[in-house]
Design a binder for this molecule. Structure first.
Ligand code: MD3
Ligand code: FE
Length: 411
């Protein structure tokens, strides 16, 4: 298995990326059916194409690993006629060695965020070759629906090729009229600045920190920022009926993190061990229900990371103060390890300790900021992890505190 290490960073493309982009695209033109070109374009051709997109403020992104470019994605006009001006078409190409590692998912997530912020309302994907299931699934994970198949419209590598059309809405989609272009008659005119304030949970600067942490594990940076105020208020309400408490480990040590729970099951630790309980041992009452805002955020994040049907029944709420830590451990009190875990960080930043499947594997430190969501599943579900002692600081929303929501399917 590949090492569970940060393998991709997403950032805006530079012109200096063009030779690498040209090489990746040439591979797909020569050997694949996703592109319907037959002759690989030159770096100059690719430069002209990038310039044309960027002059009109379409996003162009790259994925990088250890300084090497391993993939790129851009959005462009779906059709040149003017009434199509709010609809974009995406393109994503990965270096062959980067396939199947979540890099495409991270690129497409960031591209969707960029296009939404620019006010586009629909994104189309035209997948060359109906046998290209990785690309079709990638788009489905990001909420695209297949809207049709153009049959045998291409011929390449000795066979007729279909084009699968997939589509998803961006932002408010068709529920509201489009924002006015500066010159509505001319789709080439620059568009008004992005209305980031209206975005549900996505902001561009955070999205640029999205990372694939390992197979099945993704950092969705800043996705909880837009709802953070509401989340913190809901945590405070939960803590009024199920107070934060410091639990003791089975070995008799008091944990420095204060915890409470909501959901059908709550995680507890005492001299009898770690386990899930349907009632709060402090009050003998059922734990408070998972608020709808929690469930929808966790579900959306899991879907974005490739786990579309996540239905958590347990939400552990951890509260940290400066100096508080969580030592390296595995989460293994759940029944079904094929279910992912979704973690939402609020308030003070932390350094997440990210180890391997064996306790002695090397440990990396990954910064977790206010609003960051991490999703773990698949091969990394049982990775060792922890939180480095929290640094001193204050956060506008939570004061001298870090709050973490951990959503799990326990039963
Ligand atoms: C990586 N909480 O409560 S959640 C915990 O920030 C816990 O309070 C941490 O670990 C916190 O058990 C981090 C992130 C997390 C949760 C489960 C994982 C990361 C994981 C399982 C496998 C690998
Ligand atoms: Fe844990």
């Amino acid at each position: 298995m590949p090492p569970a290490s940060p393998i991709a960073t997403i950032r805006a493309a530079h012109t200096t990326d063009l030779p690498a982009i040209t090489a990746i695209y040439a591979h797909h033109v020569l050997h694949g059916c996703a592109s319907f070109e037959i002759d690989p374009p030159s770096t100059e051709d690719m430069t002209r194409r990038m310039d044309a997109l960027r002059a009109r403020d379409y996003p162009y992104l790259v994925a990088e690993q250890d300084g090497a470019l391993i993939g790129y994605a851009y959005a462009g006009p779906y059709h040149p006629r003017v009434a199509y001006r709010d609809t974009v078409e995406d393109s994503i190409y990965l270096a062959p060695e980067a396939a199947g590692r979540g890099v495409g998912t991270a690129l497409l997530g960031a591209l969707i965020a960029e296009c939404t912020a620019r006010g586009y309302r629909q994104m189309m994907a035209l997948v060359g070759d109906s046998a290209n299931t990785p690309s079709i699934r990638l788009h489905q994970r990001h909420g695209f629906r297949t809207v049709g198949t153009l049959q045998s419209v291409g011929y390449k590598h000795g066979r007729w090729l279909d084009v699968v059309l997939l589509q998803r809405a961006l932002g408010s989609g068709d529920r509201t009229p489009p924002r006015q272009a500066l010159n509505p008659k001319d789709p080439d005119m620059p568009r008004p600045p992005p209305a980031t304030a209206t975005l549900p949970g996505l902001d561009l600067q955070s999205c640029m920190r999205d990372r694939v942490l390992g197979p099945g594990a993704m950092l969705l940076a800043g996705r909880a920022r837009a709802t953070a105020t509401e989340l913190v208020a809901l945590i405070e309400a939960i803590a009024r009926s199920a107070p934060f408490r410091r639990m003791s480990t089975p070995g008799g040590r008091m944990m420095s993190v204060a915890m409470t729970n909501c959901g059908a099951l709550g995680w507890v630790s005492d001299s009898r061990g770690y386990r899930y309980m349907s009632r709060d041992p402090l009050t003998d009452l059922p734990w408070p229900a998972i608020p709808a805002a929690f469930a929808s955020l966790a579900g959306q994040a899991a879907a974005e990371a490739g786990y579309p049907d996540f239905m958590p029944d347990a939400c552990l709420i951890n509260r940290y103060e400066p100096g508080t830590r969580l030592t390296l451990h595995q989460d293994r009190n759940e029944h079904d390890f094929s279910q992912p875990i979704v973690s939402v960080s609020l308030g003070l930043p932390a350094r997440f300790l990210w180890g391997g499947l064996a306790r002695t594997d090397p440990v990396q430190r990954i910064p977790l900021d206010h609003g960051d969501i991490a999703v773990w599943g698949g091969a990394t579900r049982l990775a060792h992890h922890g939180i480095h002692p929290l640094a001193e600081g204050t956060n506008a929303l939570t004061g001298r505190t870090r709050l973490n929501l951990t959503f799990r399917r326990a039963a």
